[in-house]
Design a protein around this ligand. Structure first.
Ligand code: GAP
Length: 469
C-alpha cells in the first residue's frame, strides 16, 4: 500500500484536502512541532506543544475511561519500555519484526518495498520474492536507478544496558506494549483476582526504526500505543474477537469521527503478523488514503505458550467453574494516541464563511478539546471586568482546563478559540457588573445564552456531562 490518495471515484472524500492544512494549524497554534527544530529536526519524531499535549492526554483519558474505568473486566498496567532481551527473541520480534527494504544502486536511497510507486498490487508473498523487482519492473522513484532485491530490515531499536557495551548487554526499546502485559499475566491475574475473560490495558511509548516514516505524526519512530490484551477461553476467542470490532469502532464515533470515513479491513492470510491468527484493522480515510487507525488481533495462545516454554513458568489458567487448565487465547486491540489524536484533529476540521469572513473551527468532542472554556473580557480597559473574569476563571480551573485571553477584540478572540476547538467561551461585559450574569457562547452553533455568574461552572460541567451521552 502506498500513502497516496485513493483514485476510486466512489471513495469518500477526506475531511481536509491535504495534510498541510493540519500541519500548519498544528505548528501555528502549538499542537505539534518538529522535534529538535533549531538543529534542523530529526526525522520521524514530533513534539507535542501546549495544546497538543492536552489533546493527546485527553485522548488517552477517553480511551482509559472506555477500556478500564467503565468496565469491570479490564485493569491497567504500566510496564517498562526496556525488558529482558529474551522477551523479544521469544516473542518472535528479533526474528520476524521486519519490513522489506530495497536500495537504489545509484543514489543509495532506501525504501520500504510495499510503499514504492507501482507496488500497490504486491501481495505479502511478493514482498519476500527475490525476483519481485524485475517482475514488476520497479525502479528508484528518485532517479530511476536499479533497485536491489528486497531484504528484511528489523524495526527494533537497540541499546546497551549498563557500563559494558557488548553482545551480552544488548537490550531493545519495545516495539509494542503488548509483551509487558503477557509477561505480567500471572502477576496481574493473581493480584487483581480476575477471572477469565479479563483484560490488561496499557498506554505507553513504543519505538520502531521505520524505513519510511511520514505523513506527519501518522508514522513516527517514537510514538505511543494504547493496547488492551483480553485473555479468553480458546473456544470463545472467535466470538469475543467479533465483539471487540464494533466496540472499538464505536469509540471513535463516540468521540466524533465521521462513520463514513471509517471502515474495517481484514488482513489476508499472507499479510498477518507473525503472532496473529486473524487481524482486522479499523481504517480511517486520511488525506493520503485509507490507513490503519487501530488493529484488532486474535493472537491465539502464541505469546503465552512461547513465554511459558522459554521460561519454564506455568502460564496456564485454572478455570474453577469447569476445573480445566488451559493457556488463554488473546484478543488484542492495538491503537495509538498519536494516530487517534491526528484523526480527531483532521476529522473535526471545519472551514466556512460567516458574515463574509472565513471561520476555521475544530469541532472536537468537548472531552478531547484542549481547553473546555475560555473566559474573555469585552472591555479589557475596565479593571472590574478583568477582575470578574479572573474570579470566574479561577473557579473553572479547579475542575477543568480553562484559559483567559484579552489580546484582541471579541470577534477575533472567538475565532482564536474556534480554531483550537474550545467548545465554550464565557464573555464578561459591562452589564455583567450590574446583573452578575455572563454570556456563554457555543463553538458549533455560535448561539449565546446569558447565565448568572454563580451558575457558570455548573452550566459548563453539565454541558460536558451531556456531551458524554
Ligand atoms: N501489539 C500489536 C501492534 O503493535 P500494530 O498494528 O503494529 O500492532 C498498533 O500497532 C497501533 O500502534 C497502530 O494501529 C497505530 O495506531 C500505532 N502505531 C504503530 N506504529 C506506529 C508508528 N510508527 N507511528 C505512530 N503510531 C504507530
Amino acid at each position: 500500500m502506498t500513502d497516496t490518495p485513493s483514485r476510486d471515484p466512489n471513495d469518500v472524500a477526506a475531511a481536509v484536502p491535504d495534510l498541510d492544512t493540519i500541519v500548519s494549524l498544528s505548528k501555528r497554534r502549538g499542537f505539534v512541532f518538529p522535534s529538535s527544530e533549531i538543529y534542523g529536526g530529526i526525522n520521524a519524531v514530533w513534539d507535542y506543544g501546549p495544546l497538543g499535549v492536552e489533546l493527546k492526554n485527553n485522548v488517552k483519558r477517553a480511551w482509559w475511561r472506555a477500556m478500564v474505568q467503565e468496565r469491570d473486566d479490564i485493569v491497567g498496567l504500566d510496564a517498562g519500555i526496556l525488558m529482558h532481551p529474551q522477551v523479544w527473541i521469544t516473542s518472535g520480534h528479533v526474528g520476524s519484526f521486519s519490513d522489506p527494504l530495497v536500495e537504489c544502486g545509484t543514489c543509495r536511497r532506501r525504501y520500504r518495498l510495499d510503499e514504492l510507486p507501482g507496488a500497490e498490487s504486491l501481495t505479502a508473498t511478493d514482498l519476500t520474492d527475490p525476483t519481485v523487482i524485475e517482475r514488476f519492473k520497479l525502479t528508484c522513484p528518485n532517479d530511476g536507478g536499479p533497485l536491489s532485491a528486497p531484504r528484511r530490515f528489523n524495526l527494533m531499536f537497540q541499546t546497551y544496558m549498563g557500563p559494558v557495551q557488548d553482545e551480552a548487554s544488548v537490550v531493545y526499546f519495545r516495539p509494542e506494549t503488548a509483551q509487558g502485559s503477557y509477561v505480567n499475566f500471572k502477576n496481574v491475574q493473581q493480584s487483581s483476582r480476575k477471572k477469565i475473560p479479563f483484560g490488561i490495558a496499557q498506554i505507553g511509548k513504543s519505538f520502531r526504526n521505520e524505513i519510511s516514516p511520514g505523513n506527519f505524526v501518522f508514522r513516527m519512530r517514537e510514538f505511543e500505543q494504547m493496547e488492551m490484551q483480553y485473555f479468553v477461553r480458546p473456544d470463545q476467542a472467535a466470538a469475543i474477537f467479533e465483539e471487540w470490532l464494533p466496540r472499538r469502532w464505536d469509540w471513535y464515533v463516540r468521540y466524533g469521527v465521521t462513520p463514513a470515513r471509517l471502515r474495517f479491513r481484514e488482513h489476508a492470510p499472507d499479510e498477518l503478523a507473525h503472532y496473529a491468527k486473524k487481524a482486522i484493522d479499523v481504517e480511517y480515510r486520511f488525506p493520503f488514503g485509507w490507513k490503519e487507525l487501530e488493529g484488532i488481533h486474535n493472537r491465539g495462545d502464541f505469546d503465552l505458550s512461547r513465554h511459558a516454554e522459554a521460561t519454564g513458568e506455568n502460564l496456564e489458567y485454572f478455570d474453577p467453574a469447569t476445573e480445566e487448565h488451559f493457556t488463554p487465547f488473546i484478543i488484542e486491540t492495538a491503537g495509538g494516541p498519536d494516530r487517534a489524536a491526528f484523526t480527531f484533529l483532521i476529522d473535526s476540521y471545519r472551514e466556512e464563511e460567516v458574515r463574509g469572513e472565513r471561520r476555521v473551527s475544530l469541532a472536537l468532542h468537548p472531552d478531547l478539546a484542549p481547553y473546555k472554556v475560555a473566559v474573555l473580557p469585552l472591555l479589557k480597559k475596565r479593571p472590574e471586568i478583568v477582575e470578574l473574569c479572573h474570579r470566574i476563571l479561577a473557579d473553572l480551573k479547579r475542575d477543568m482546563m480553562a484559559v483567559y485571553d484579552d489580546t484582541a477584540a471579541i470577534g477575533k478572540l472567538y475565532r482564536r478559540q474556534d480554531e483550537i476547538g474550545t467548545p465554550w467561551c464565557v464573555t464578561v461585559d459591562v452589564d455583567s457588573l450590574e446583573d452578575m450574569a455572563v454570556t456563554v457562547r457555543d463553538r458549533d452553533s455560535m448561539t449565546q445564552e446569558r447565565i448568572p455568574v454563580e451558575g457558570v461552572k455548573r452550566a459548563i460541567l453539565d454541558k460536558l456531562d451531556a456531551a458524554r451521552g
